[in-house]
Ligand binder design. Structure first.
Ligand code: GRF
Length: 197
């Protein structure tokens, strides 16, 4: 039986699109059974609709009677029959009860060589800005398991990317992102093959 992957995204969704392509070209032998989108209008949701992948848009979690993020995630992961939960630019911290219920079944991609430039506050262009501010000559991307601490789960794969002297944060971001697109699908495939149930 093919495993079901559920993806969560908050942004443009280029990593999500790369996963859709990988399923279509056979690099990734799995089904993407749903997308969890932080908002209706994000790029990732458009890619999902174009590919016929069902989308769940998270309801607001602010306000006294609002549904909790953890409750929504658990409900929708079950509804999409998730075997693996893949974060692709999802900006919310995964609540502990979800980590607990999907222990070693949640993957994330991060645009630096963890443990460097990870943790709270290190997201998006800020990561690349910090790498440049520190005068690093190398950066890259990391795919890791998600545990209760931000960006600290076991590393599954990394790819080193050169930092060039004239780099602006956006240049470095684009160079790292190209490698993310190449690394995520094969890493997920390898991880799926390593699972025994
Ligand atoms: C990527 O850089 C990823 O590493 C980070 O968020 C970004 C998402 O980009 N977690 P996209 O939405 O896949 O284009």
């Amino acid at each position: 039986m093919k495993k079901n992957i559920v993806v969560a995204a908050s942004g443009s969704g280029s990593n999500f699109k790369a996963l859709i392509d990988a399923v279509q070209n056979g690099t990734l032998n799995a089904s993407i059974s749903g997308l969890i989108a932080s908002r209706e209008d994000i790029g990732a949701a458009t890619f999902a609709r174009q590919a016929g992948i069902p989308v769940y848009v998270l309801k607001s979690t602010t306000g006294e009677t609002a549904p909790l993020l953890g409750t929504q995630l658990l409900e929708v992961l079950q509804r999409f029959e998730a075997d693996l939960f893949v974060l692709a630019g999802f900006l919310r911290k995964i609540p502990d009860e979800v980590v607990e219920a999907y222990r070693d079944r949640i993957l994330n991609i991060h645009p630096s060589l963890l443990p460097r430039y990870g943790g709270k506050g290190y997201f998006g262009i800020r990561v690349h800005q910090a790498v440049l501010n520190a005068g690093e000559t190398k950066s890259g991307c990391t795919i890791h398991l998600v545990n209760e601490a931000y960006d600290e789960g076991r590393v599954l794969a990394q790819k080193v990317v050169e930092v060039l002297p004239a780099d602006e944060p956006a240049d470095l971001a684009a160079r790292v992102l190209r490698e993310e697109h190449k690394l995520y699908a094969p890493t997920i495939q390898q991880y799926l093959e390593s699972l025994t149930d």
